[in-house]
Design a binder for this molecule. Structure first.
Ligand code: ZN
Length: 381
C-alpha cells in the first residue's frame, strides 16, 4: 500500500530536452546505471520517433536485468506496434500510450471531439493489451482537463485494460493543492479506479514539480515519473533524487517506501552530466556541487561540532564521501585550524592568528582558496 513505484523517464522526457540528446551507447550506459540504482520502470524512448530511438529501446530491453522497460506511443496503431516490437526482448515490458484530454489540446492540437478522444483511448489501450498485460495510459495535459471528462476518460482506459493511469501536469501549471485534489476526485468518482495504479508526472515550469509529485502521492497516487537531475522538456521534470531524498528524510510525514539505493544518486547524476555535457547548477538540491558544502564560519563551526546542526542528510546517504568545508572569506578560525591540521600544519596560537589574518586578506581578493594557497600562507610567514 505504501510502496511507490519509481518510473524514470530520463531517457525519454529527459532526452527530449534541448542539449540532452544521447546516442545509442550513452543510452545503454545510462539505462544500466538506472537499473543498478533500483528504478522500477525505465521509459527507454519513443520507438516510433526515429529508427535510432527504436533501436535504443530494443537494445535496452535486451540488456536491462531488473527494471520494467517502457516505450511511449501516441494513440495510434503504428506507434503501438513499434513500441511492442522494440520492447519484445524485455523480461518485463510496458506499453505507455497517451492522448490529450484538455479542451485546449483536443480542439487545437488533435482537432478531435471529446467522443472521438474516448474512442481513441478505448482502441489504443485495447490494442496495446494484445502485446502485454502492463499498459499505462496517460491523459496528456491532465491537470488542465475538466473533471467530468477526465473521469470518463480514466474509466474508459481502465475498462479497456490500462493498469496504470498517469495524470500529467504536462505544462507545469498545477499547484500542489489543485493537483492533489485531481487525484482525490478521481479516486472518489471513477467506479473502477481500484483496478489501476495512479501516477504523477510533473513539470517544473513554476518550480513545483517535486512538490506537486509529492502532493499527488499523498492524495493516493503510487507511481512517480521523474528524471535524474530533473532534466526534461522546458524547465524539466520532477527530479528523482529530490523526490527520493524527500521521502527518505521526511519519512514520518511521507511514510512511503521505494526500491532506490540512494547511495547511487551522485554517480547517476554525474554520469548523466558527463554524457550530455549538461551540467547541474551548483545550488541544485541533493546533487549540486554546493549541496553539501559550507563556507560561513558559523556553519563550519557547527558542522565541526555536530554535522546535524546544518545538514539534514548525510553526504554518504547520496554517495558522496564527505561534506566540504569551503575555505573562503566567510570561514572562521575553527575550520581554518582544522583544515591546516589536515594538511599537516600544527600551529601555535600566535602563529595561527597571524596565518588567519593573512588568510582573510587573501580571501578578500580571491574567491576560491585551495590547499595550495593554504600551504603557501603558512610557509610564507
Ligand atoms: Zn513530460
Amino acid at each position: 500500500m505504501d510502496r511507490v513505484i519509481i518510473f524514470d523517464t530520463t531517457l525519454r522526457d529527459g532526452e527530449q530536452s534541448p542539449g540532452c540528446s544521447m546516442n545509442h551507447e550513452e543510452k545503454l550506459r545510462m539505462a544500466a546505471v538506472l537499473d543498478e540504482m533500483g528504478v522500477d520502470v525505465i521509459e527507454a524512448g519513443f520507438p516510433i520517433a526515429s529508427k535510432g530511438d527504436f533501436e535504443s529501446v530494443k537494445a535496452i530491453a535486451g540488456t536491462v536485468k531488473n527494471a520494467t522497460i517502457a516505450g511511449l506511443c501516441r494513440a495510434k496503431k503504428d506507434d503501438i506496434q513499434a513500441a511492442a516490437d522494440s520492447l519484445a526482448p524485455a523480461k518485463s515490458r510496458r506499453i505507455h500510450t497517451f492522448i490529450s484530454t484538455s479542451p485546449l489540446h483536443m480542439e487545437f492540437k488533435l482537432n478531435m471531439t471529446p467522443e472521438q478522444v474516448l474512442e481513441a483511448i478505448h482502441d489504443s489501450v485495447s490494442f496495446a493489451r494484445q502485446f502485454t498485460d502492463d499498459v499505462e495510459w496517460s491523459a496528456e495535459d491532465g491537470s488542465r482537463t475538466e473533471d467530468d471528462f477526465l473521469c470518463r476518460a480514466v474509466e474508459t482506459a481502465i475498462k479497456a485494460g490500462a493498469t496504470t493511469i498517469n495524470i500529467p501536469d504536462t505544462v507545469g501549471y498545477a499547484l500542489p493543492d489543485d493537483y492533489a485534489a485531481k487525484f482525490r476526485m478521481l479516486i472518489e468518482r471513477v467506479p473502477n479506479i481500484d483496478k489501476a495504479i495512479l501516477s504523477v508526472h510533473c513539470h517544473n515550469d513554476l518550480g513545483m514539480a517535486v512538490a506537486n509529485s509529492l502532493a499527488g502521492i499523498r492524495a493516493g497516487a503510487r507511481q512517480i515519473e521523474c528524471t535524474i537531475n530533473g532534466i526534461g522538456e522546458r524547465a524539466g521534470n520532477a527530479a528523482l533524487e529530490e523526490i527520493v531524498m524527500a521521502i527518505r528524510t521526511r519519512n514520518h510525514v511521507l511514510p512511503y517506501t521505494n526500491n532506490i539505493d540512494t547511495t547511487k544518486i551522485t554517480n547517476a547524476s554525474q554520469t548523466l552530466s558527463s554524457i550530455t555535457g549538461f551540467s547541474v547548477q551548483p545550488n541544485k538540491a541533493i546533487v549540486g556541487a554546493n549541496a553539501f558544502a559550507h563556507e560561513s564560519g558559523i556553519h563550519q563551526d557547527g558542522m565541526l561540532k555536530n554535522a546535524a546542526t546544518y545538514e539534514i542528510m548525510t553526504p554518504e546517504s547520496v554517495g558522496l564521501s564527505k561534506s566540504e568545508l569551503v575555505m573562503g572569506k566567510h570561514s572562521g578560525r575553527h575550520a581554518f585550524r582544522k583544515r591546516l591540521e589536515g594538511l599537516g600544519h600544527k600551529l601555535g596560537e600566535n602563529e595561527l592568528q597571524d596565518a588567519f589574518i593573512r588568510f582573510k586578506d587573501l580571501a578578500d581578493h580571491q574567491k576560491h582558496i585551495g590547499d595550495d594557497d593554504l600551504h603557501a600562507l603558512v610557509v610564507r610567514k
